[in-house]
Write a protein that binds this ligand. Sequence first.
Ligand code: FNR
Length: 184
Amino acid sequence: KTYKIGVIVGSLRKESFNLKTAKALIELAPKSLALELVDISGLPMYNEDLEEDTPKEWVALRKEIKAVDGLLFLTPEYNRSVTGVLKNALDVGSRPYGKGVWSGKPGAIVSVSIGAIGGFGANHHLRQSLVFVNVPTMAQPEAYIGGAADLFDAKGKLTNDSTRDFLKTYMEAFEKWVITNAQN
Ligand code: FNR
């Protein structure tokens, strides 16, 4: 069986280290995981009033998330928390109340930062929201990727062997997590 995994990157930057890490994870993933990047760049800011005539971008995101078996989040850290763009995507997918599309999908979080703490604050703030939207989030191994500016070459390829080994192990653990917790 193949499991569809939505990969959600919380940075809109072309040269995003989170995006580069996401691409490395996609390459390193076990064969049973079919990973696809979810585009969250064009989502209007969440406003309950808009549900009367739901923006097409929200409809598309909700549809895309409903169709996946699991979720892999790559989060930058902005001011010790997640980015607004990532939080907005979570909010959009969580409504209307009781119909949230995240619910029950096994997830995992990789935080990536140029700093030494590896986005720990963002990683754990994201866990807090994922508890509420009912995403069973893998506890171990944890992934805090620090010093990200030194991990990639000019083409965006991972150059650090120990990081590559770690990310491979991480994806193997995530595969087990998905197999154990996927709903269908
Ligand atoms: C940052 N950055 C940052 N880094 C960190 O480790 N902790 C933090 O709290 C912050 N805060 C922060 C706020 C804002 C507004 C910006 C723009 C940046 C630096 C951040 O790690 C760096 O910009 C990364 O490159 C962002 O991830 P991407 O875009 O490379 O994926």
